[in-house]
Design a protein around this ligand. Sequence first.
Ligand code: FAD
Length: 379
Amino acid sequence: MQNDTEFELFRDNYRRFLKEHVAPYFEQWEEDGIIPRELWYKLGENGFLCVDVPEEYGGYGAPIEYSLMLVQETAYAGFSSLAIAIGGQSELVSPYIQNIGSEEQKQYWLPKMVTGEVVTCIAMTEANAGSDLQAIRTQAIAEDDHYIVDGSKTFISNGIHADLIVLVTKTDPQAKAKGISILLVDAKLDGVKKGRALKKIGLHSQDTAELFFDQVKVPKNALLGAEGRGFTYLMQELPRERLCISMTALGSILGAIELTKEYVLVRKAFGQTLSQMQNTRFVLANAYIKAQAAQAFVDQCADLYSKDQLTVTQVAALKCFITDLQCEVMDQLLQLFGGYGYMQEYPISRLFVDARVQKIYGGTNEIMKEIVARELLGK
Ligand SMILES: Cc1cc2nc3c(=O)[nH]c(=O)nc-3n(C[C@H](O)[C@H](O)[C@H](O)COP(=O)(O)OP(=O)(O)OC[C@H]3O[C@@H](n4cnc5c(N)ncnc54)[C@H](O)[C@@H]3O)c2cc1C
């Protein structure tokens, strides 16, 4: 899949998939607080998971634009929870295994991730260590041919459904960054426990869980890359996660503009449609103008990523800019719906609450500014 026609066909297929397999049920999933496991198989069967995985591991070997487009389309259609779920698998976990995994790990996990047989999550955050990742306490102590893992993680996206947990842990608990290692933990192992699905103010159907590890015996061949290199791998792979979050933001902004256009063209006040009032026109025009700038910034970063040139600072700037913009735009567009904007049956209300977390996960926007400032000021 390399040319524009193929890209558009792929996009159309995915839009049809969303219409048929997601739109009629999404409301219910939001009520239930989880996307059903079966959807993962359907996504896999239809070829919409981990599309950039090379053909030898079951994927299409598609360029990153294809993969990111799926996230953007999902968010555009108003299904942010699903965008985050798919992004977790295809944009976060899959690149770790593709780029750092051993041949054995790639052959074992990637084909199952492509088909949806395996759902994955990445578990970094702990109750007392979020932004300050080096402070994590989950530990993996080497013993013969395995590690004994103890600890817990929180706020883990796809945690409930996860079959594979990419676990950020300390193999040397005394050390800071240099003590961090990453393990590919099979969720079926004895001692792995999943907490309840956490209740959130938005992203209701996106499963977010606590995970517990009690004397879990993880074979040494589950180590991703080398021991003590975990922090370096995180720095290497976080740009893709932030690019994915940015793509979700862009999709949501563009989707919200469309929704609002439809509403203001028909809603009347004082004998005219809202679309005839200057404030409405300016708010929408402003959102559109900023979305164009955001699109250019996202495209530039995606292009740099595909050339292996995207820096941590550039993508931190993008993530901060576009998720701040997302929250600002959602607030302003919701206002144009008046009281209806505050009603759950109006999709703009969901876009509004779903947006908020984008400034928090993937590294908070304060941390993003720190990264940018460090480069600007030389530490
Ligand atoms: C819905 C959801 C899904 C998530 N999914 C995942 C997941 O799949 N995997 C995962 O590992 N984690 C996940 N997270 C966790 C997320 O990445 C963390 O919440 C985030 O990194 C912030 O950590 P914290 O919550 O501990 O906040 P803290 O680190 O305690 O930060 C609190 C406040 O202090 C500020 N702050 C902290 N340090 C600094 C500093 N140096 N300078 C200035 N300000 C600072 C922060 O910006 C923030 O405003 C998820 C979170 C949510 C809400």
